[in-house]
Ligand binder design. Structure first.
Ligand SMILES: Cc1ncc(COP(=O)(O)O)c(C=O)c1O
Length: 487
């Protein structure tokens, strides 16, 4: 028999008698002290308690030198009063920009009135109203809402609902190559990143297909009667802003109807007006059976996520008193101030015509970037996207880095070798005060997801900066980046 032993280093904590000294307040940092921390102190605590490995990337991009003192609209302001234009937008979390005044006011009112937060025992008028509003903006009978606080949580809820509604004989889930649906254990199984999946033991009721490949999906549905669900981002974000081919979505809808498969559309990143429609799937004239929102749903002020499903599907899974609590709201589901913020944010989204602004200004952004592509064809490979969900793909320099730079880049991080995005992103921040986002699965792509309040003037500021930087040429860009690492 093998005896399991504890590792020698494991600490056991005896429970001594409680002495009065034990009740003395530990050495805690106060809120005022937190506010006054400098970047060195912040980095020290980050290294000591949050994620030392991540500091490596923050240094590469120059993030470790910045302390944000405030944020408003399109801009961060740092400790030196420098304004940084936000074309990153928290991967689509800032549709309304930073600290929209109406959200600040709504939150203040909620606090002044001492409203209740936890909505587990009593009902919440705010959760009820937000659910109503989400049903109102969702087409095709998507009208049952589950609240959570992250995209992963909403997607977990979506996949669980689909699995229960499909039934135990149809528990297999189709997902796509280069998908990203979150890092919690369930949805990790349908997130296609080797780095994230690592050596975790994942659920095995999944079938992977190429994104946008209707033939592969039909083959899978036809050959495997156990498939009951298909989960897809409507536009892939982590994959590098990738759209399915023309005609894909209506065909998917038809196939799902034919084979009785539940379609879950992940709109966590591409939803909430980002592409110029409230949901990205609305561009294609079809409606999924279940969808999920997060990120901007909280107005950039709070953590709020929702799964929204057709009532018949919801009722099949959880519709009786016996099944109602199987996946009922978690502790913070439908929490008060977050719901109040989300209600106000949705009203602002429509009253300020931000969805239309996303379509119009997004088109202008794409047009200006295409002009840059024509100017720098050796640097920019592709410009793509919809509304303000835009991908800028650089040419891959892994095989073609100019000879003069090879010794320089050979010392760089593997992720940066051959890819201009890291260099361009770091220099846009250092020299032009512009923030952009990188892409998990395609290191050559910069993601541009600015707040939907962006104007043509903001686009001009950003594109002019990029133009000036690219005008330096690849050799100078790489050399300037390397210099930035040693200065
Ligand atoms: C498409 C998509 N789904 C799900 C998630 C997970 O959201 P969260 O990070 O809030 O858990 C993300 C996050 O980037 C996402 O882009």
């Amino acid at each position: 028999m093998t005896v399991m032993t504890r590792p020698a280093a494991q600490r056991t904590i005896e429970a001594p008698e409680l002495a009065p000294a034990d009740l003395v307040k530990p050495k805690l940092i106060s809120l005022e002290e937190a506010k006054a921390m400098n970047v060195g102190q912040m980095a020290e605590e980050f290294n000591a308690h949050i994620n030392p490995g991540q500091m490596h990337f923050m240094k590469l991009l120059g993030f470790n030198k910045i302390k944000v003192e405030s944020a408003e609209g399109m801009y961060y302001t740092d400790q030196n009063g420098r304004k940084i234009l936000d074309f990153f937008g928290g991967f689509g979390s800032l549709a309304l920009g930073h600290n929209h005044p109406r959200l600040l006011e709504a939150r203040k009112r909620f606090q002044d009135e001492k409203r209740h937060e936890i909505a587990i025992a009593f009902m919440s008028q705010y959760a009820a109203a937000l659910a109503h509003n989400l049903a109102e903006v969702s087409p095709g009978g998507l009208d049952m809402v589950f609240f959570g606080s992250s995209g992963s949580e909403a997607m977990e809820a979506a996949v669980k609902l689909a699995e229960r509604a499909a039934g135990p004989k149809r528990s297999k889930v189709v997902y796509a190559e280069n998908s990203f649906h979150g890092k919690t254990k369930g949805v990790l199984s349908i997130t296609d990143g080797a780095l994230y999946r690592g050596e975790f033991r994942l659920v095995d009721n999944t079938v992977r297909v190429p994104f946008g490949d209707i033939v592969a999906i039909e083959r899978a549905f036809r050959n495997d009667p156990e498939i009951g669900t298909v989960v897809l981002e409507t536009i892939q974000g982590g994959g590098g802003i990738v759209e399915a081919p023309e005609g894909f979505w209506p065909k998917l809808r038809a196939l799902c109807d034919q084979y009785g498969v539940i379609w879950v559309a992940d709109e966590v990143q591409c939803g909430y007006g980002r592409t110029g429609r409230f949901y990205a799937f609305e561009h294609y004239g079809v409606v999924p059976d279940i969808t999920a929102l997060a990120k901007s749903l909280g107005g950039g002020k709070t953590a709020m996520a929702a799964m929204i499903a057709r009532r018949d599907i919801y009722m099949k899974a959880y519709g009786s008193p016996k099944t109602a609590m199987i996946h009922a709201q978690a502790t913070f589901g439908g929490i008060g101030e977050a719901c109040a913020t989300a209600i106000e944010a949705l009203n602002v989204l429509y009253e300020e015509d931000l969805i239309e602004n996303s379509a119009v200004v997004g088109e202008y952004l794409i047009a200006r970037l295409r002009d840059l592509q024509a100017k720098y064809p050796k640097l920019i490979k592709d410009v793509r996207g919809k509304g303000m969900m835009v991908g800028l793909e650089f040419q891959d320099f892994s095989q073609t880095m100019p000879m003069v730079l090879r010794p320089v880049v050979s010392v760089l991080d593997d992720k940066l070798k051959g890819s201009l995005s890291g260099f361009v992103g770091a220099l846009l921040l250092r020299d032009y005060n512009c923030l952009v986002a990188f892409t998990e699965y395609n290191r050559n792509v910069i993601r541009l997801e600015p707040p939907l309040v962006a104007t043509r003037g903001d686009v001009d500021t950003f594109v002019d900066a990029l133009d000036s930087l690219l005008g330096r040429g690849v050799v100078a860009i790489v050399k300037d980046f390397v210099k930035s690492q040693v200065s």
